[in-house]
Design a protein around this ligand. Structure first.
Ligand SMILES: Nc1ncnc2c1ncn2[C@@H]1O[C@H](COP(=O)(O)OP(=O)(O)OP(=O)(O)O)[C@@H](O)[C@H]1O
Ligand SMILES: [Mg+2]
Length: 1283
């Protein structure tokens, strides 16, 4: 059992998620023991386990949940559902769970009033809040709005649409005549377009987009209804337990006797077209009002069908009144009922073979003669003509006269049946179009400024047999899903990037490839279908084969045998195809695709109804619109009509502001107070709301331009704030209102709010005047403070600049002084050295005079000679000085010119030397004279003196030579330094080049890693898609008592790149695909992969060992290799567990539970996975480390602490944290593993940290000082030897 018994949510096939506690960390997954003992223990991948809060959660907006994950999201919905709070938000998207019962006062007029003008989030979530937001957005942004209501069949789209319309029409007090007309449209549309299915008693079998138009003052001025794709096949056949359109039953149950007589109506089981189900919906009261003769046998046996909102008898009365209110006269109503009845009677006409007819023709069966007569009467056509048109087809031969010869081709029985059904479908569907047109005509319409459109269209559909209708509906849902992805997920993330908000990106599955598959111009399924219809002999199998051929190897398209549902596998390859939709895989049976794609009647039938006497029918088939004469090549198919309609709808949606309502069906039994978690979870995933939740973990759903925010509150602000620029105003308001900084963010043009925070801001801004005064005071204070801070910062900058200028000035002067000194010295060195040399001669002459003074004869002569030498010396010095001064002056003045320099050239070294030599020569001559004289007087003594003088002169010469030698050496040194510098620069350049190369290599590595990450995401999406396909198949199987196979025999490969497991051209099994994807994902998702490889090489397989067994082995085993293997596996699991915990941590406790200083964890995170060679581990060493750390959330004086770690080999043995403000934390491996650093020594990077390693006695001293017990090695002795 683990010490850390945190409460978690774990995946469950029925409830979605259940609560439990982690009891085992396995090699690839965790073992969880559910809290509720009725559930068995389970082992799950950690992606299927999420953290749970202790108490129940109940939040209006799911983004406010403490832990944002799909499990808490689901739990919040469930908790609220049982409290009758059926609505919640995910940011601005409304989630509506169908309560299947009336909730008191939820939609009362008072509630409508309450929501009027209130921001989203101010009041509990509601459809009214979304409607009100749409109205306000329309008014503020001057932009039409759309509300997209989506969900699967029975999720509550139509009901929500009704409430939305009620709000949109009633929001301004009561409804006027236009509003009443819009609201009246609903019962009429539902009567003709809704039917009971196994999923919904009141299922809309068509899509609609209802526009409520407004003028500039936001008053309703009109309305318009567009409808899409009525399910025509239902008119002729229905599945078991399903009914035809309500209107047939309403007419049979509720029509007054007089009308019944006129239309020759009987009871439901009299009609073949009502064979799916013949029971009426009625309540106790109306059941009494319907005479027994009007009830079917089945109704009388089983009793009526029950639904709180459907009653066939009552609804006929309502329909009649509603048609009246829409402006239809009694005769117009009568002609509508007539056509409805005619369809019923038409369905009863059957055919039989004509005996002995060689052409294989057929005739109307005798039993249906009466129906034939009634039908022709009701349709206003000649009975014989109808009979002929039903059993034969007119054909025109190509040759023979202007139009060719008309030939009557007899029809076979099945062809005649088809012709009859085609006629019934054409009459009913055109009648439906007409009724919508009548409703639109009845709503007075003046010019409008904007509109709010509500889209209620069938959700994603899947049955055991899926045909063209499901294909069209699912195509539409793909388009809407794409719109949702682009509008909410893609655009939202792009906006965050543009505004520089730094919100982490999330990935989502882009379904563009499925849309391409269906609607691509050249080879999309719709195009292939149209092409097929134009062939002389179109065939479903050829069409299907073409689809498979054109999209071979496309991941989204498969063969029927790749379906997970057994029932689909019986279809042959050319009988259908499987499309992997965003919500799961659907297998389509293509048998009737070609017929259903062409709704044209054959020429004789069309001609007949065009010429009929029933005025309404005549209007429905105006002559000249003959579809059959247009010919095969020009026909407009149902598919292409729908594609065009959908294109127009998408265009509208793209131009408008959008609001989303996601309806959720809580159970498939259609009962109240029952929440099937898994069903709801699948719907949440498909609707994209879980991705939005993920995005909103860091996202900002509300945003407003600075300028808009400013003008929004301009009117309520005092003059001193009104004068502020928009951005300053926003900053001032936000900073001074004490809103938490994490609740809003400033972008470049807008301010963004976390979920629900704009409401808070709005509430404060619109509070009472007293509060406003306080806000104004705060803003003023903030403004003064921020301006003061700005000016203080400005002053500091100026001072800094001044000091810098002074400093630079000083530096310039110093540089100038040194340079000038250097230049002057260099320039004048020969002169002053020459002067010094010459002056030395003067010194020598003094000695000559001294000697001469000792002469008795010829002294004056010598003195005179000395004086001459003095003069010569002075002259020479003067000459040197004068020349140098002139040049110096010249150099100093800017107007120095070359010509002056030429007039006054610098004295050269040679000139100085020659002057010196001349003086010296004279001096020598004098000395010779003196010598001669002294020779005569004191020969011996004088000679000695002369020798000394000569010696002195010699020494001077040597000194001069030495000086010259030194100067030469200086010059040589200088040269060497220059060479060295050049070499260094070269080396530096090479280093930079090397760095550049390294950088490029790193970039390409990075690109490779990113590519791998992308591939990973793709695999993950496929895995999710497989899971959805499986869940969908399970649901269908449970509804239809079908069977799902765990692994279908084969699926065709996908269109991924060749490296992917789905990309090769082989047929591979499903389980192989899943396991390939899963193992690839698993291996790549964590750096465990490398260690798994290492483990793979070892002789122990520890993957089946329990966590506690591993720990026991570490504590007790004497087998060193086993011990080391256990330690590695044990720490690997810890790492996986901590990684999961980090992903699932609570948003408020970011910095708790850190097992090592952040720097260590980050270093480990950055570096590539490290594989521990086993030899190195066996020769384990004890190493000790100490590093300082900072706690981000602690007060300043207690922030710092010291972290000590003792590693026994590669794994931590002891760990100690020293804090300033709390007792030391001492942890020992084997006891406290969950709180200790799980990284290996190499991964921590501690060995590479300068100054981190310490000596063992330093660690132990600190350990013992803080009360730690002496260390006992787990498997190895402290000196590294094994036990
Ligand atoms: N808000 C609600 N309050 C009470 N009951 C509701 C509500 N929404 C839906 N229901 C119940 O659920 C039934 C199915 O709802 P609805 O017809 O709106 O589903 P739908 O999503 O339009 O399905 P379909 O796609 O088949 O048309 C309704 O007949 C009604 O009984
Ligand atoms: Mg509906």
């Amino acid at each position: 059992m683990l010490e850390d018994t945190q409460l978690v949510w774990v995946r469950d096939a029925t409830d979605g998620y259940i609560q439990g506690r982690i009891t085992e960390i396995g090699s690839k997954e965790f073992e969880v023991t559910p809290i509720d003992r009725k559930f068995p223990k389970r082992t799950c991948h950690y992606d299927d386990i999420h953290s749970s809060c202790d108490g129940p959660q109940d939040h209006d907006d799911n983004c406010e949940l403490m832990l944002l994950n799909e499990a808490t999201f689901l739990d919040n919905l469930k908790t609220r559902y049982y409290k009758d709070k059926i609505y919640t938000y995910v940011a601005n998207i409304l989630i509506a769970v169908n309560p299947y019962r009336e909730i008191k006062e939820l939609y009362a007029p008072d509630t409508i009033k309450k929501y009027n003008g209130r921001s989203l989030g101010e009041l509990p979530p509601h459809v009214f809040a979304i409607a009100d937001k749409a109205i306000r957005d329309m008014r503020v942004y001057k932009l039409s709005q759309s509300i997209i209501v989506s969900g699967e069949s029975g999720a509550g789209k139509t009901e929500s649409t009704k409430y939305l319309l009620k709000y949109l029409c009633y929001s301004h007090d009561s409804a006027g005549p236009i509003e009443t007309k819009i609201l009246d449209a609903n019962p009429v549309l539902e009567a003709f377009g809704n039917a009971k299915t196994t999923r919904n008693n009141n299922s809309s079998r068509f899509g609609k987009f209802i526009e409520v138009h407004y003028d500039g003052k936001c008053q309703v001025v009109g309305g318009y209804i567009s409808h899409y794709l009525l399910e025509k096949s239902r008119i002729c056949t229905q599945s078991a337990e399903e009914r035809n359109y309500h209107v047939f039953y309403m007419l049979l149950a509720g029509a007054p006797q007089q009308l019944r007589d006129k239309l020759s109506l009987g009871k439901p089981d009299d009609y073949r077209y009502l064979s799916g189900c013949t029971q009426y919906f009625s309540n106790a009261k109306t059941e009494q009002l319907i005479p027994g003769t009007q009830k079917s046998t089945s109704h009388q046996k089983k009793g009526p069908l029950k639904d709180p909102i459907i009653d066939d008898y009552q609804h006929f009365q309502n329909l009649d009144k509603a048609l009246g209110r829409l402006g239809l006269s009694e005769s117009e109503k009568m002609s509508i009922y007539t056509l409805v009845a005619a369809v019923l009677h038409l369905g009863n006409i059957t055919f039989e073979e004509i005996p002995d007819d060689v052409r294989g023709g057929c005739q109307v069966s005798e039993a249906s003669e009466q129906s034939m007569t009634i039908t022709s009467g009701l349709l206003g056509v000649d009975e014989t003509e109808l009979r002929t048109a039903l059993v034969s087809r007119v054909m025109q031969s190509k040759g023979g006269g202007f139009k060719g010869t008309v030939i009557m081709v007899p029809l076979k029985i099945y062809e005649a049946n088809n012709a009859r059904d085609a006629l019934a479908k054409a009459i009913y569907s055109r009648l439906f179009d007409r009724i919508v047109a009548l409703i639109n005509q009845s709503i007075p319409f003046q010019a409008s400024n904007f509109y709010i459109g509500v889209l209620d269209i069938a959700g994603f559909e899947y049955f055991t047999v899926n045909s063209f209708e499901q294909f069209c509906i699912n195509y539409c849902n793909e388009k809407l899903q794409k719109f949702f992805n682009d509008n909410i997920l893609k655009n939202e993330q792009e906006l965050y990037k543009r505004e520089g908000l730094n919100v982490p990106e999330i990935t989502f599955t882009d379904n563009q490839d499925i849309i391409e598959l269906i609607e691509a111009k050249s080879s999309g399924i719709f195009t292939l279908l149209d092409e097929e219809s134009k062939l002389p002999k179109p065939s479903p199998s050829h069409f299907t084969a073409e689809v498979h051929k054109s999209w071979a190897n496309h991941y989204r398209l498969g063969l029927p045998r790749s379906s997970r549902l057994k029932a689909h596998r019986t279809l042959r390859d050319e009988e259908g195809f499987l499309v992997r939709h965003f919500a799961g895989a659907v297998c389509y049976n293509t048998e009737q695709f070609i017929e259903k794609n062409n709704d044209a009647l054959h020429a004789s039938l069309e001609g007949l109804v065009q010429e009929c006497e029933n005025p309404l029918l005549k209007q429905l088939f105006p002559s000249g619109s003959n579809t059959s004469v247009r010919g095969k090549l020009n026909f407009i198919s149902v598919g292409s009509k729908f594609k065009t309609q959908l294109g127009e709808l998408m265009e509208k949606l793209e131009q408008n502001g959008t609001n989303f309502i996601r309806c959720i069906k809580p159970n498939s039994k259609m009962v109240d107070r029952q929440f099937e978690g898994n069903l709801a979870l699948a719907q949440l995933k498909c609707s994209g709301t879980i991705s939005v939740l993920e995005l909103m973990e860091h996202g900002f759903p509300s945003r407003v331009l600075f300028a808009d925010l400013y003008s929004m509150y301009k009117s309520v602000l005092p003059p001193e704030l009104v004068s502020l620029p928009a951005r300053t105003f926003c900053e001032a308001m936000f900073q001074s209102l004490n809103l938490s900084a994490k609740d809003f963010k400033f972008g470049i043009t807008k301010v963004f709010f976390r979920p629900g925070k704009f409401v808070e801001f709005d509430r404060i801004m619109r509070s009472d005047p007293e509060n406003m005064l306080a806000i104004v005071a705060k803003v003023k204070k903030w403004l003064i403070r921020s301006r003061w801070v700005k000016s203080a910062l400005g002053a500091l900058c100026v001072i800094k600049l001044r000091n810098r200028i002074i400093f630079r000035n000083k530096c310039v002067l110093t540089a100038q002084r040194i340079a000038r000194g250097f230049l002057a010295r260099k320039q004048h060195r020969p002169r002053y050295q020459g002067i010094a040399k010459i002056n030395k001669i003067r010194t020598n002459t003094l000695k000559t005079i001294e000697i001469a003074n000792g002469l008795k004869m010829g002294r004056d002569e010598i003195v005179g000679g000395v004086n001459d030498i003095y003069r010569q010396i002075d002259d020479a010095i003067n000459k040197i000085k004068v020349r140098s001064t002139k040049i110096c002056i010249c150099c100093q003045f800017a107007n120095f010119t070359v010509s002056r320099l030429q007039q006054n050239p610098r004295i050269t070294q040679r000139e100085i030397d020659s002057m010196y030599t001349v003086v010296m020569a004279n001096m020598n001559k004098l000395t010779v004279d003196l010598n001669n004289k002294l020779k005569e007087q004191q020969q011996a003594e004088e000679q000695e003196r002369l020798r000394k003088i000569q010696e002195a002169l010699e020494a001077e010469r040597r000194a001069k030579e030495a000086e010259e030698q030194r100067l030469r050496e200086d010059a040589e040194n200088k040269r060497l330094k220059v060479e060295m510098e050049t070499r260094r620069k070269l080396a530096e350049a090479q280093r930079l080049k090397q760095e550049e190369e390294d950088r490029r290599a790193a970039l390409s590595l990075q690109a490779q890693l990113e590519k791998e990450a992308k591939d990973d995401a793709k695999y993950r999406q496929q895995l999710e898609q497989e899971r959805r396909d499986h869940e969908l198949a399970l649901r269908l199987a449970s509804e239809s008592n079908g069977q799902v196979e765990d692994s279908p025999p084969v699926i065709r490969n996908g269109g991924l790149n060749d490296a992917s497991p789905m990309g090769s051209n082989k047929l591979i099994s499903f389980s192989q695909v899943v396991s390939n994807i899963a193992s690839r994902y698993l291996n790549k998702s964590e750096n465990v992969r490398a260690q798994q490889q290492a483990l793979g090489k070892q002789k122990f397989d520890l993957s089946k060992w329990k966590y506690s067994e591993l720990r026991d082995a570490i504590n007790t085993s004497c087998d060193i290799e086993l011990l080391e293997a256990c330690r590695q596996e044990f720490h690997r699991r810890l790492k996986v567990y901590h990684a999961w915990k980090a992903k699932n941590r609570k948003r408020t406790t970011m910095d708790e539970n850190e097992r090592a200083p952040r720097s260590v964890m980050e270093a480990a995170f950055k570096q590539p996975p490290i594989v521990q060679p086993i030899q190195e581990i066996v020769a384990a060493q004890h190493r000790y480390f100490r590093i300082p750390f900072m706690r981000a959330n602690a007060p300043d004086n207690t922030k710092r602490g010291l972290w000590y770690a003792h590693f026994d080999g590669q794994w931590i043995a002891r760990q100690m944290e020293l804090h300033a403000d709390k007792p030391p934390i001492l942890l020992v491996a084997g006891t406290d593993d969950m709180q200790m650093c799980e990284l290996s020594l190499e991964e921590t990077g501690l060995t590479r940290k300068r100054g981190a390693e310490i000596l063992d006695h330093e660690f132990n001293r600190e350990w013992e000082r803080n009360g730690g017990k002496p260390y006992k090695s787990l498997g190895t002795k402290p000196n590294g030897a094994g036990i």
